[in-house]
Design a protein around this ligand. Structure first.
Ligand SMILES: [Mg+2]
Length: 405
């Protein structure tokens, strides 16, 4: 029986936003790693792990993943917070990594074995105008991506009124482009009209709203996009307004993907069990790791919903690998969000998943199959970048009110 002897965190990436937790045992060479990255507040997660969770873990039997998860879930009494979940998620992945190493099997084998040969991904295409967007979509389709996300403009993907055209009060707080619901729900259907006329009906396309819309605009947009046969529409509502999914369902068949900001089972449970969404998009670490996500995948299977675990720019290669193992073993898998890294970042994570031709490939090494090269990982840090504050995008309407990201 292997016992936990040490739990520590390694910060990496140029800005230190990736936190990899390492769980060590009393067995020579036996350890596991997990992703505990939080882009906005890495130090809070590290404190949670090192000050709160680690002292509770020392001496515990690494084999008891479920028992440890359930115990640590309420270790801070208040639970289902983004930061405590991330800490728990990192520990949980590391324990699955250890279990796989002990069993001499990759994690996806422990989860029931492969039910697909690789993991299909969706790419992120974006452009300032339709021509450049079309070019990017074609590039990704040729590369082999089965699904492509289509965004017009920068983060937020359209709906911004240029500074000179925004109707502002005389005491306006700023002159940045203003987000406008009506512009958005006009521009995005126009974008898909143009894309379908240029690309035809076959390409599988999605769009991410980034929760920017007022709920009634979200219903209208979903309905207006129906003729363009989207693979899914992502985050059309903010987590505070998920009850509106019922109205969307009553209005149209546009498939809905939701959940990258979810941290509480009460957010995803009703949407899955009442069949109000089609794809659940929780980030594996933010739900609390592989243990809760394999249960979400099983729940999805029962209710005919699919998984589309969140990835994207601020995720690390360990979280991606955890998602890949779930994807390989979950029948309810739908699609995986793509993520790719710089070559020096890959170098710090030997055994990382391989992204090739729009598909992610795991490996058959025991455990998660990914490791961290600590020296290379630490060498990536730039103290000036680490010290820089990282606020989330701050978009505003013409009157100055903030739009939730
Ligand atoms: Mg998204």
């Amino acid at each position: 029986m292997a016992k936990i002897t040490e739990v520590r965190c390694i910060r990496t990436r140029i800005n230190g936003t990736w936190t990899i937790v390492k769980v060590l045992t009393d067995q020579p060479g036996l350890y596991g790693i997990g992703s505990a990255s939080d882009h906005y507040h890495p130090k809070a997660v590290i404190d949670t792990i090192e000050d709160l969770i680690a002292p509770q873990l020392i001496g515990r039997d690494v084999a008891q993943i479920e028992n440890i998860w359930q115990t640590m879930y309420s270790v801070a009494y208040w639970r289902n917070g983004a930061l405590t979940n991330t800490a728990l998620g990192g520990i949980d992945m590391a324990l699955w990594d250890i279990k796989g190493k002990e069993a001499n099997l990759p994690v996806y084998q422990l989860l029931g074995g492969a039910c697909r040969s690789a993991v299909p991904c969706y790419a992120h295409a974006g452009g300032a105008d339709i021509d450049s967007l079309e070019q990017e979509i074609r590039m990704y389709l040729e590369e082999g991506y089965p699904v492509v996300r289509c965004q017009l403009g920068g983060y937020g993907g359209g709906g911004f009124v240029p500074p000179e055209k925004a109707v502002r009060p005389r005491n306006a707080w700023g002159q940045q482009p203003a987000f406008d619901d009506e512009a958005y729900i006009r521009m995005i259907p126009e974008m898909f009209e143009a894309l379908r006329s240029r690309l035809g009906p076959e390409p599988k396309l999605t769009h991410d709203v980034h929760e920017h819309l007022r709920p009634q605009s979200a219903v209208t947009l979903s309905k207006r996009l129906e003729p363009y046969d989207l693979f899914f529409l992502e985050d059309v509502l903010s987590p505070e307004q998920i009850a509106w999914f019922r109205l969307i369902r009553e209005q149209c068949t546009t498939p809905q993907a939701m959940g990258e900001l979810f941290v509480n089972p009460q957010e995803w449970l009703p949407l899955i069990s009442e069949r109000l969404i089609d794809y659940i998009r929780v980030r594996v670490s933010k739900a609390g790791g592989i243990t809760p996500c394999r249960k979400i995948a099983a729940l999805c299977e029962a209710f005919g919903v699919n998984t589309a675990w969140q990835e994207g720019g601020d995720n690390d290669p360990v979280n991606q690998m955890a998602a890949v193992h779930l994807d390989m073993a979950s029948w309810s898998f739908g699609i995986q969000e793509e993520n790719h890294f710089r070559s020096e970042e890959y170098d710090a994570f030997p055994g990382h998943a391989v992204l090739e031709g729009g598909h992610l490939y795991a490996n058959d090494a025991p455990g998660l199959g990914i490791d961290i090269h600590e020296e290379r990982a630490t060498a990536l840090l730039d103290p000036a970048e680490v010290a820089r504050p990282r606020p989330a995008a701050e978009d505003r309407r013409a009157d100055g009110s903030v739009v939730r990201p």
